[in-house]
Design a protein around this ligand. Structure first.
Ligand code: HPA
Length: 229
C-alpha cells in the first residue's frame, strides 16, 4: 500500500474516491482510496483543522496500520525566491522548522525518548518516479520553512527566512516529514506555490484563484498516484 497526504485544494477532488475511516491510538482518520493508493486530506474533509491542529500522528499512524510504506506529501506554499514562483511546483530537498511545535512519536510518553536523525528525509528513488510520472525534470532541492500559522508571516519574517536560505514557506511539511522519518517511511514532498509570500514582490498579498489551486492540486495528486502505481 502507498499513500498521498494533501492539503489545500484537495477537497474538490475527493468526491471521486471511496471514503473509509481508520481508528488509531491518536484518534480516527478519514481516508480515500484509489486501487492501492490511500489519500489522506491532512486538514480533514472541508479543511476544518488548522495547520497547528492537524492530527499529524493519527494521520501517519493510520498509514502505518494500513500497511503503507511509501508516502508522497503535497503542500501549498508561498514563494520567497524566484526558484518556485506562484503556479509552479517542484520537489522539496530540505526544511527548517520555526513553528515551535513539539510533535514526536518518541517524546518519552507513549514511546521511549529517541532522537531521530534528519538525514535523507526525502527519497531520491521516489523523487525519480515523480519526475518520470510528471514527464519533466523538477528541481529537487527546494528549501521549505515552516511557521505555526494559522496567521500568515510578516514581511520582516519572510525577509529573515529568505536570508537563511528558504525558498518557500508553509505550515505543515516539517511536522509531517519528521514523523514519517521517525517511523522510517519512504517519503517525497511536492510543493506548489499559490502566492508570493508577504513583502516579496511588494503590494498586497494575493493568492492564485481557488480554481487554479484545485487544478494544480489535482494535477499533483494524479502525478503522485501515477508515481506510486
Ligand atoms: N505562508 C505560509 N503558508 C502558506 C503560504 C504563505 O504565504 N501560502 C501557502 N501556504
Amino acid at each position: 500500500m502507498k499513500a498521498v497526504i494533501a492539503g489545500t485544494g484537495v477537497d474538490e477532488v475527493l468526491s471521486s474516491f471511496d471514503e473509509s475511516t481508520e481508528e488509531t491510538y491518536y484518534g480516527y482518520v478519514t481516508y480515500y482510496r484509489k486501487d492501492d493508493v490511500i489519500i489522506i486530506p491532512r486538514h480533514r474533509k472541508k479543511h476544518t483543522d488548522s495547520p497547528s491542529m492537524v492530527n499529524y500522528k493519527a494521520n501517519i499512524s493510520a498509514l502505518v496500520s494500513l500497511g503503507c510504506k511509501e508516502v508522497i506529501g503535497i503542500y501549498a506554499v508561498g514563494s520567497i525566491t524566484d526558484r518556485l514562483p506562484p503556479s509552479s511546483f517542484a520537489l522539496v530537498g530540505d526544511f527548517m522548522d520555526f513553528s515551535g511545535r513539539n510533535i514526536s512519536f518518541f517524546n518519552g510518553e507513549e514511546n521511549p525518548l529517541k532522537h531521530t536523525c534528519m538525514d535523507n528525509v526525502f527519497d531520491s528513488e521516489l523523487n525519480r518516479k515523480i519526475m518520470e510520472a510528471a514527464g519533466c525534470v523538477l528541481a529537487d532541492d527546494i528549501v521549505y520553512v515552516m511557521t505555526n500559522g494559522p496567521r500568515l508571516e510578516t514581511a520582516g519574517e519572510i525577509r529573515a527566512f529568505g536570508r537563511l536560505g528558504a525558498d518557500v514557506v508553509g505550515m505543515t511539511l516539517a511536522t509531517e516529514a519528521s514523523l514519517l522519518k521517525e517511523l522510517g517511511l519512504r517519503y517525497s514532498a511536492l510543493a506548489y506555490s499559490i502566492n508570493w509570500a508577504q513583502g516579496v514582490k511588494g503590494g498586497e498579498l494575493s493568492f492564485i484563484s481557488g480554481c487554479d489551486t484545485a487544478k494544480l492540486c489535482r494535477h499533483l495528486l494524479d502525478t503522485a498516484i501515477k508515481a506510486l502505481s
